[in-house]
Design a protein around this ligand. Structure first.
Ligand SMILES: Cc1cc2nc3c(=O)[nH]c(=O)nc-3n(C[C@H](O)[C@H](O)[C@H](O)COP(=O)(O)OP(=O)(O)OC[C@H]3O[C@@H](n4cnc5c(N)ncnc54)[C@H](O)[C@@H]3O)c2cc1C
Length: 475
């Protein structure tokens, strides 16, 4: 632990005849899966194959502007499984481990029409128009009354077309006056997008302005799931969840990865970074990998691909996922001349003029004195190059609405460009078809977890739970 240097240590391993378990993909779920499998079954030989020279996937982060920045996932919320949460906590030096309560790690805001709204990630439309606000609330309450059976959760609505999902969740008025305008400004087309976008664009709850209205309806579960109140700190504790958000004071998420690598090494998991898989046959119990230019055959009794369904499908060559629509996502790391004067971790931008999706304010959770780091995620800027993206961010109304006049951006770096498949109805259908295809082909030897499995899982804690369930089933 506390290893400042990158890349991570490459562990030289002896290759046994046949591994009892092979895990493909060294992201956090892959690493956790290896630790779980080996600690529950010490006599198993377990290997983990990763194509990059660094383990950790989206949790590796990157060094820029003389500092360390995160990639996709900035904060790890506890999963609710005691064993996994203990493993995560134990992977970081207690001196550096931060367990933030939901009032710290969850605090988000939105930028709308050039104004920053703190304390909620949900559109604050109800603050603006009293009549509309009442119509929407009444409609939501009627929806809840009509559904006496347990409510369909927003995650179950992910593969439903967006309009249908939004109407089922919030009603017609909220769809036409709130959700639809935001979605159409952000993604262009609306109809082919899926309910997943509700979650992605943080539209899974609407916000009421009056604490009184919220309190008088809050005894109904469905109401709390659909309607938020801006100042969470004002609410009685019974309405707040008690899951902690984990972070490391030293190098953020990278420390969890380093801790799990150390744990794997102690347990005797064979870690194989820089290993290119050349073939993966769902019926075979061996595969060829290229490492340092040498081709080796790895044999196994069972394997888990923790790459999600489309990447696994591509490896196997049974790809049904055409990924019709992709969008670009740029990450811009920013350093300010002083820490941001806000305790909000994430600002979501619903400004119709801009493509900025999320601004992360590290000062709100890193517990580093004088932390001046921000990371800005931008959608749909494929035509811009690194320097024009930096200029766009520096001059953006989103940033200026967050920063008081006396603040400056001292440096910015556009270090990573990702391309993501937008969750359109078609893409989701393809992912589901791919999942069916893979499960019909895997013949019990290869299990698949990650994005697109079990009803379109996407978030870090879901992929972690997914691999945990697979390991438990196998043992
Ligand atoms: C910009 C962005 C923002 C996000 N924000 C959040 C968030 O706020 N909260 C949240 O919970 N989730 C968030 N996510 C999602 C989260 O990052 C993923 O759910 C999580 O990383 C999935 O873990 P994984 O192990 O499946 O994938 P990864 O972390 O990507 O790991 C997969 C690993 O497999 C390796 N690999 C790929 N192909 C091969 C191959 N052929 N052979 C061997 N290895 C291979 C990759 O190099 C990688 O190391 C975000 C993602 C992005 C991109």
């Amino acid at each position: 632990m506390g290893n400042d240097s990158l890349p991570f240590v490459t562990v030289e391993v002896e290759m046994p005849e046949t591994y009892d378990l092979l895990i493909i993909g060294g992201g956090l779920p892959g690493l956790l899966g290896a630790v779980l499998a080996k600690s529950q079954n010490p006599h198993w030989s377990v290997a983990l194959v990763e194509k990059e020279n660094l383990l950790g996937g989206n949790l590796v982060g990157e060094d820029a502007l003389g500092d360390h920045f995160e990639l996709g996932t900035h904060l790890l919320q506890e999963t609710g499984s005691a064993e996994i949460d203990r493993l995560l906590r134990e992977s970081v030096d207690p001196k550096h481990l931060l367990a933030l309560d939901s009032q710290v790690g969850d605090r988000v805001g939105t930028i709308q029409g050039g104004r920053a709204f703190e304390n909620t990630g949900y559109p604050a439309v109800m603050e603006q128009d009293q009549t509309l606000s009442k119509v929407i609330l009444d409609e939501i309450i009627q929806i809840i009354r009509r559904n006496e059976a347990p409510l369909t959760s927003i995650s179950e609505l992910r593969s439903t077309p967006l309009k249908e999902a939004a109407i089922q969740w919030f009603g017609e008025s909220a769809w036409s006056s709130v959700v639809q305008p935001i979605i159409s400004a952000k993604f262009g087309l609306t109809d082919s997008l899926t309910g997943f976008v509700l979650e992605l664009a943080n539209l899974s709850r609407l916000q009421v302005a009056s604490e009184e209205i919220w309190q008088s309806n809050s005894h109904v579960d469905g109401f709390r799931a659909r309607v938020a109140f801006p100042r969470q700190t004002h609410l009685p504790t019974k309405f707040r969840h008690d899951r902690k958000t984990l972070y490391s004071r030293e190098h953020g998420n990278k420390d969890f990865v380093l801790g799990l690598i150390e744990r794997c090494t102690t347990l005797g998991v064979a870690l194989m970074p820089s290993c290119d898989i050349l073939n993966l046959d769902p019926y075979a119990t061996s595969m060829k990998v290229s490492r340092d230019g040498k081709v080796t055959e790895l044999r196994f009794k069972r394997a888990i691909s923790s790459l999600g369904v489309s990447a696994t499908g591509r490896l196997i060559g049974v790809s049904a996922a055409v990924q019709q629509r992709r969008i670009s996502l740029h990450l811009v790391h920013v350093k300010l001349n002083k820490p941001m004067p806000s305790s909000v971790c994430y600002f979501y931008d619903h400004d119709h003029e801009s493509s900025i999706f999320r601004i992360t304010n590290y000062a709100a959770f890193s517990d580093r004195l004088g932390d001046k780091r921000l990371t800005v995620e931008l959608f749909n800027m494929a035509d811009h190059d690194g320097s024009s993206i930096i200029e766009y961010v520096k001059n953006s109304s989103a940033l200026s609405s967050l920063l008081p006049q006396s603040f400056e951006v001292v440096s910015a770096s556009c270090s990573k460009t990702l391309s993501l498949a937008v969750p359109t109805t078609q893409n989701v259908d393809e992912l589901l078809a791919q999942e069916r295809l893979l499960s019909s082909q895997s013949a019990g030897v290869l299990a698949v977890c990650g994005v697109g499995t079990n009803g379109f899982r996407f978030f870090q804690s879901e992929t972690i739970k997914d691999i945990t369930a697979l390991i438990t089933e196998m043992i």
